[in-house]
Design a protein around this ligand. Structure first.
Ligand code: DAH
Length: 346
């Protein structure tokens, strides 16, 4: 085929292109392995040498003619495709959005966060400890040796033999914190966390419950430091006019030990159902850290002294939010949390 004819053919073929596919077919027709222009290129070999240059230039012209057309068309078709796609995928931003339902923090979590804020404002750190605990930390190093009757009061879930258990109190975190302090630095921590006992669940008992443990170890610490600290917590949580009283008690890891009562906010000590007509409500156990406990964890009791306390988180939340059944804390019904949210806002 003469080169001029090829050029004419290209011009004619242009009109047949309607989309990317037909354009691609045309590309194969001219530039494919056996395409018209590719074959012209092969022919150069047979052209007498004085005509080679001119022939070559002409082939190039035909080639450029086709490629210019091809690239321009390709871009055109691709733009059309892209626009079609964009139109199809258009988002209608005038449609009203689906409402996101807000959850509510668990009421226990809320109370714990409040206590954490109060304690942090007094320089306490919030620490954590394992729920699967060793007998050594849960009992022995808290001055409760094997066979001690005090163990019976904390009906414990054992996991492996007699050594690994679900902690029955957060007090083992006291030991762990002192061991980390290596008998050298003062300590100010609280540890809120889950604890477990083999209890039958009812309105005021649960096999899983939460405690908020506190420990301070420093020099010259006395019962009045403990009283002042607890007083601040109670007033911030329950109100300025709430009083605190200590009653003598007994724990193996504190000496002396006390029960912490608060004056009944409901009846102002006149006597009602909540305080069982005593005018007072018990919210914590506490005391001065026993010298044996300090010693076992590497703190010399001749130099160091401290206080500790353990609040029952459910009990405090029940009192603060007027809840009668502790089992609601472990339901996953958001409506219950919402009720407490409303109560708080009132
Ligand atoms: N661990 C005790 C319990 O579960 C509560 C308690 C009492 C914690 C006295 C203390 C404390 O830190 O000093 O019954």
């Amino acid at each position: 085929m003469k080169i001029e004819e090829v050029k004419n053919l290209i011009e004619k073929d242009k009109a047949t292109v309607t989309d990317l596919n037909s354009l691609n077919e045309l590309r194969i027709k001219y530039l494919g392995k056996k395409g018209i222009i590719s074959e012209l290129n092969q022919e150069i070999r047979n052209v007498p040498s004085e005509e080679k240059k001119e022939f070559g230039q002409k082939v190039n012209e035909a080639r450029t003619l086709f490629i210019d057309f091809y690239e321009q068309k390709k871009e055109e078709f691709e733009t059309i495709l892209l626009n079609e796609k964009l139109n199809k995928e258009a988002i209608d931003i005038s449609l009203p959005a689906t409402k996101i339902k807000n959850g509510s923090p668990n009421i226990l979590e809320k109370l714990i966060e409040e206590v954490e804020q109060i304690m942090m404002s007094m320089g306490y750190d919030v620490v954590d400890g394992p729920e699967i605990e060793e007998d050594k930390f849960n009992f022995e190093m808290l001055n409760i040796p094997k066979g001690h009757p005090a163990r019976d009061a904390q009906d414990t879930f054992y996991i492996e033999g007699e050594e690994i258990l679900l902690r029955s109190q957060t007090s083992p975190v006291q030991v762990r914190t002192m061991l980390k302090g290596k008998g050298e630095i003062p300590i100010r921590v609280i540890c809120p966390g889950k604890t477990y006992r083999r209890d039958d669940d009812d309105a005021t008992h649960s096999h899983q419950f939460m405690q908020i443990e506190g420990l301070l170890v420093d020099k010259n610490i006395s019962l009045s430091d403990l009283k002042g600290t607890i007083d601040i917590i109670v007033k911030k949580l329950f109100g300025e006019n709430i009083e605190t009283r200590f009653r003598p008690s007994y724990y193996q890891f504190t000496e002396p030990s006390v029960e912490v009562d608060i004056s009944c906010f409901n009846c102002k000590r006149k006597g009602c159902n909540i305080c069982k007509h005593t005018g007072w409500i018990t919210i914590a156990g506490a005391g001065i850290v026993h010298p044996n406990v300090l010693k076992m964890s590497g703190y010399d009791p001749k130099i160091w002294s401290g206080f500790a306390f353990g609040f029952g988180a459910e009990r405090m939340a029940m009192l603060k939010y007027d809840i009668e059944d502790c089992r609601v804390f472990y339901h996953t019904d958001l409506r219950e949390s919402k009720v407490f949210d409303r109560k708080e806002a009132e």
